[in-house]
Design a protein around this ligand. Structure first.
Ligand SMILES: C[S@@+](CC[C@H](N)C(=O)[O-])C[C@H]1O[C@@H](n2cnc3c(N)ncnc32)[C@H](O)[C@@H]1O
Length: 231
């Protein structure tokens, strides 16, 4: 990991849940398993990427490691990056239970990973980029673009807002109400304290970083899946 200048955003501070705490990590996996179909998400990502076996794929903010395990099962060579050593340890433990030993784990973040240029054929980040304010999202996206091979693919899945004429109040209330009761206060706190941004800002950031957006899907009113290619 590179030494960081003192003006750089400290991406190792905890924004939202404290993922250095193992109880929090286990709780995250359990709760997300209840309201998300993580296996179906990963199938969709792998179908979208449609990569040949043996190529390298990067997952930044890999969390409990569901995607890197799915990628390894599909014959890809995944690298999991996360600022939380607890998350990485959990992901490694789950992979080892399945005998998936070909996954690389790197303790770093969007701003601090320093793989050589053009290392990866594809990259994913799911529900993690919102931990950075917009200026630093721009830096993160350039860093991802840098480590992708020319024509490399990038999938960005995250909470991204898209209110229209209804305005932000009705939009946020509806987003919260659409979730199971036990997730609502977590969503309210996400909106209030984390850095999810608007769709038109995210799309500008992606294009400025050097990506062409191939498709933009909206599985939920507050969630976007962007499939991009490095120009
Ligand atoms: C909400 S979890 C998402 C985990 C997983 N990708 C998923 O889809 O379930 C966010 C993850 O991003 C990590 N994270 C937060 N800030 C980060 C950063 N600057 N760089 C890399 N990972 C970060 C957290 O430690 C956590 O594991």
């Amino acid at each position: 990991m590179k030494t960081q200048p003192d003006w750089q955003w400290n991406e190792f501070q905890h924004i939202g849940a404290d993922f250095s705490d193992l109880d929090e990590v286990e709780d995250y996996d359990r709760k997300h398993g209840q309201f998300r179909d993580v296996a179906a998400e990963n199938r969709q990502i792998l179908e979208l990427l449609n990569l040949p076996k043996g190529v390298r794929v990067l997952d930044i903010g890999a969390g409990t490691g569901h995607f890197v395990r799915a990628a390894a099962r599909a014959g890809l060579r995944p690298t999991a990056v996360d600022i939380s050593t607890t998350m990485l340890g959990y992901a490694r433990r789950e992979a080892e239970k399945e005998g998936l030993n070909e996954i690389d784990y790197t303790h770093a973040g969007f701003l601090s990973f320093d793989f050589p240029e053009e290392t990866f054929d594809a990259a994913l980040t799911s529900a993690a980029l919102h931990h950075l304010p917009d200026v630093w999202k721009a830096v993160a996206l350039s860093n991802i673009c840098r480590v992708l091979k020319p024509g490399g693919q990038f999938v960005l899945r995250d909470v991204v807002f898209g209110w229209g004429e209804e305005g932000h109040v009705i939009y946020c209330d509806k987003a919260i109400a659409s979730l199971p009761k036990e997730m609502r206060s977590r969503m309210a706190s996400h909106i209030a304290r984390e850095y999810s941004t608007l769709n038109w800002i995210m799309e500008g950031l992606l294009e400025r970083a050097g990506f062409t957006i191939l498709s933009a899907e909206k599985p939920l009113s507050y969630f976007q899946v962007y499939h991009c290619r490095k120009d």
